[in-house]
Design a protein around this ligand. Structure first.
Ligand SMILES: [Zn+2]
Length: 151
């Protein structure tokens, strides 16, 4: 492999999606939310219109970064650079707390510990080569048991 290998992981960034990637660089995940009366649905990936009611009265909103795992697939082989150097990785679909379903990756979680519905938190991966920060998800830190007495 040479240093000039093509890459298939870089998003196309245009004027419309620029705010999304700028926020990601700051460690914030944005979703789009419809402002139309009677709708108010959030969506992802970002579109210029609401996929539910087709309104163009849609704006950016900072998401909480909370999500639950809907489904996943551990990828052991992918010949498209740079994925070959990352296998195995966990391609996943997560349900954001705001409602939208998002294709992403789960990181920092052994395959045996993946569970449907498990709580996740967004984090951002950078490639160290000036590429955009990409939202991925890791298991949420365990909350202390409420009311559980330590013995
Ligand atoms: Zn709508």
């Amino acid at each position: 492999m040479t240093g000039t290998a093509p890459r298939y992981d870089l998003p196309e960034i245009d004027a419309f999606t620029r705010p999304y990637w700028d926020a990601a660089a700051d460690g914030r995940l944005l979703v789009r939310r419809c402002r139309a009366a009677g709708c108010g649905v959030a969506h992802h990936y970002p579109r210029e219109f609401c996929p539910r009611c087709w309104s163009e009265d849609v704006s950016w909103e900072a998401a909480s970064g909370r999500a639950t795992l809907y489904t996943w697939s551990v990828v052991h082989r992918n010949d498209l650079p740079p994925f070959g150097g990352r296998v195995p990785y966990t391609a996943a679909v997560v349900d954001l707390a705001e409602g939208p379903r998002m294709m992403t990756e789960v990181v920092d979680c052994p395959e045996a510990e993946l569970r449907i519905g498990m709580e996740l938190r967004v984090c951002f991966r950078t490639d160290g080569e000036g590429g955009p920060a990409v939202p991925v998800f890791r298991p949420a830190p365990r909350r202390p048991e409420s009311g559980g007495a330590l013995r």
